[in-house]
Design a protein around this ligand. Sequence first.
Ligand SMILES: Cc1cc2nc3c(=O)[nH]c(=O)nc-3n(C[C@H](O)[C@H](O)[C@H](O)COP(=O)(O)OP(=O)(O)OC[C@H]3O[C@@H](n4cnc5c(N)ncnc54)[C@H](O)[C@@H]3O)c2cc1C
Length: 408
Amino acid sequence: MTPPVADRRPLIGIVGSGIAGLRAANAILKCKVDARIVVFGDETHRTYNRPGLTKKRYPLSDALEMAIAEDVKVNGVENDALTWRLGTRVETADLRDRVLHLSTGETFEYDGLVIAAGVRPRTSVWGNGECELHTHRTLRGLGDARYIHHRLQASEKVTIVGAGFVACELASLAKEYGCEVLMLEALRRGPFESILGERVSMALGRWLVQHGITFLTGDSARELLCDVKPSDPEPPSDRSLFIEAIGSVPNVEWLHGNGLDLSDGVRVDEYMRVSPWENVFAAGDIARYPDPWTAGNLTRMEFWKNAIDTGDLAGRSLASSLGYGSVTSRIGYFPSMSTEVLGLRIQIAGNPKMSDSMEIVRGDLDQLDQGVLVAYLREGSMVGAAYLDKGARFNSAYIKLLKSLRER
Ligand SMILES: Cc1cc2nc3c(=O)[nH]c(=O)nc-3n(C[C@H](O)[C@H](O)[C@H](O)COP(=O)(O)OP(=O)(O)OC[C@H]3O[C@@H](n4cnc5c(N)ncnc54)[C@H](O)[C@@H]3O)c2cc1C
């Protein structure tokens, strides 16, 4: 599908039609690059609000999918220079010869490439299949969300494996639909432990229980997982909706054979460039980059805002590699995200994962609904902050913390 010789504008390929790919395309167009951009996406829908898949209930109607599939609009991408190849998977890439091999059997020769292929849910041995007791499901895309919302609408008993963001949001959603919820977390003591640490995590575990969720950890959880034979299995019909939200795996397989470091996503430099290729960049959930907040430790973030910021930067860097402007700024922001679990708003900024200690700045972990503000420190200086509250009691103190984080 390489264009006729008459059109020799540079060709840019973007692999992934999620928010990182969309923002990269937008940034390239903003730099006024005289190029043709082709976005390849193996999903059949244009960029949609992925975090929205778990944020609220949808009406009981056929409009469910339409409601969930709200397009993300970004000014400036309704442009003739941009072509969407949806339902088209990039099977392999040859970075030396600058060619992509597509699921349609075609090839695509590019002058610049953005890798924005995201991640997929990690699955247990059962995958999205059936064990003796349940059908196992995961949630990443629209199709998964449509299925899960329909099932939750029937107010089923639901089992959720894991206690990360997606698991907690699903539990919260299931409660709103009126379901009976069992959560199983075999490896950690509570939600978000690997990010927010043990004390906050255990307080969040208590929050789940206070709000009517049966939350089992450790051996009690392990006994009910399907790779261990349960001693007293429930009949399959009783707990038929079994959702696994146990982490994710970067979509890197199509890049094998190019000598890249793919050990945890795609490794990039501070401009999102995939070394040693001058014309290849990566962004979003898939990119592992040097974290400016922790002296260049490599980090990979699975947050919406991170995908926006790194997508923008990858697009500007690619434009610059084609001679359009120069990229002066590197990754300069700190990541942030927010979520709501059973009425509790959780905001996280910076990189608490990198901390070696924590300090409760305001509030009490036994009274989360009254607000708790936490600072995360590494060698005495702040690397992250978290604010948990039902209202906005400590908002100005949180903003102050963010300011000092920014000024580090
Ligand atoms: C249920 C859910 C709730 C979330 N809630 C929040 C939240 O509250 N706050 C927050 O900050 N973040 C949240 N996130 C995370 C956020 O959605 C991601 O960080 C963001 O979507 C990442 O964007 P991306 O463009 O990097 O990847 P993706 O959105 O995954 O897009 C990548 C696209 O590339 C496609 N693709 C993969 N391989 C190929 C290939 N070989 N060829 C063609 N296409 C390919 C994929 O199918 C996908 O469509 C949530 C995620 C989920 C699943």
